[in-house]
Design a protein around this ligand. Structure first.
Ligand code: AMP
Length: 379
């Protein structure tokens, strides 16, 4: 087993968005340095990192230059080309490994991996031709969701099919990309579990998060989820078992659909911290970002204990007035709500600009606090 990477070392990060920023802040708290690679200028992680390398994700030379200056490289984004991950791995440990990202960056590979290991997934079919789609609609029934197999997140590249005359249009919208048709799941609620697996093999898991989406983008999370203890325990055990089957070193988030009878179906995997785990920063002994640092460094994992029930609300670019800034003072007057902003200078509808967290005696109260604070921005 390799030696632990100790505070004072430098960590490499592929991707410089908000997840990378919060990873970097956690790493700096533990006395690490962070070098971040991102294609954009003034990226959220770059603003707080020791070194920002501006390069495309397929620039293997830039990725190797990043790797030469650090002791381990991790990711905040799963859609990094395989060649880049392999190039990094020639220089220093890449955690999670290229095989994990290969599985998680493609919906068909991910679902086949899960089904092969016996984890419950939504019924699905591979779509390469219009005939495939027609046959899949017949086999799975309607409604169904057609998704692109690659590069899908936050509902991008998804179309809901209600009637079979939508088939030609939906297939055309794939624009030559491979697709996956999934049966529509009449779920009772959506929830997710964030867990960590260190390079030592040690694992840890947080409580289940209960998620509400708007326009396919996460809107609020309530932590812990308001579900029976037995269901929560099953979701947590399944997430850790998936992390072990996948051989993740680092973080894994498993998104679930919970059906009325208590059955859980895995919707999606993300081999990284996740928006639904943001409340762990303020509400838990160890945040998902600190745990990512510990896990990829082979250090003991921190306690995931929840200090108090919590809720998180996303702040999307839609809240920004056209020529100005939101009313921060009105929001900050909600004194027991924590504001996290990601340093993004341009707000666009649907763009994740920041989030709010509140703790309270009950999840409902915590949710009411973050929603009231967010409403205040609009007044
Ligand atoms: P995804 O990008 O696959 O996580 O999908 C984004 C959101 O779309 C999910 O969080 C669900 O709210 C919804 N969704 C996706 N797939 C399905 C499905 N098969 N059945 C019902 N809702 C779905």
């Amino acid at each position: 087993m390799s030696r632990p990477i100790r505070p004072g070392s430098a960590l490499g990060l592929l991707g410089g968005g908000q997840l990378g920023r919060m990873f970097t802040l956690a790493a700096r708290n533990l006395g690490f340095r962070v070098h971040a690679l991102d294609p954009g200028h003034d990226c959220p992680a770059g603003q707080v990192a020791d070194l920002e390398i501006r390069a495309a994700y397929n620039d293997v030379y830039a990725a190797q230059a990043l790797a030469r200056g650090v002791d381990v490289v991790t990711v905040e984004f799963e859609n990094i080309p395989a060649e880049t991950l392999e190039a990094v791995a020639q220089v220093c440990p890449m955690r999670p490994g290229a095989h994990v990202l290969h599985t998680a960056q493609h919906r068909l590979r991910e679902k086949r991996f899960l089904a092969e290991y016996g984890f419950p997934v939504t019924p699905f079919r591979e779509i390469n031709t219009e005939t495939d789609l027609r046959e899949a609609v017949e086999a799975l029934g309607l409604p169904a969701v057609l998704k692109t197999a690659s590069f899908g997140y936050d509902g991008k590249g998804q179309q809901k099919l209600e009637t079979s005359d939508q088939v030609p249009g939906a297939f055309a919208a794939l624009a030559g990309q491979q697709g996956i048709l999934e049966a529509w799941v009449p779920f009772e609620l959506e929830c997710s579990v964030v867990c960590a697996r260190a390079s030592t093999g040690e694992t840890s898991v947080w409580d289940v998060a209960e998620n509400a989406h708007r326009h396919h983008i996460l809107d609020t999370t309530v932590f812990p989820a308001r579900i029976p203890a037995g269901v929560a325990a099953r979701a947590q055990a399944m997430a850790v078992a998936i992390a072990e089957a996948l051989g993740v070193t680092g973080m894994l988030t498993v998104e679930f659909f919970l059906k009325a009878g208590g059955d859980l179906l895995v919707n999606e995997l993300a081999p990284r911290p996740h928006n639904s785990g943001h409340a762990t920063i303020d509400a838990c002994v160890t945040s998902q970002f600190e745990q990512q640092v510990r896990a990829v460094c082979g250090l003991p994992l921190g306690a995931t204990t929840l200090l108090e029930p919590a809720a998180m609300a996303n702040l999307l670019g839609d809240l920004w007035p056209e020529n100005g800034l939101p009313h921060w003072e009105r929001l900050l007057a909600h004194r027991d709500v924590k504001l996290h902003l990601y340093g993004k200078s341009v707000a666009r509808p649907g763009r994740k600009m920041g989030h709010l967290t509140a703790l309270a005696a009950s999840p409902e109260e915590a949710l009411a606090k973050v929603l009231a604070a967010r409403e205040a921005l609009k007044e």
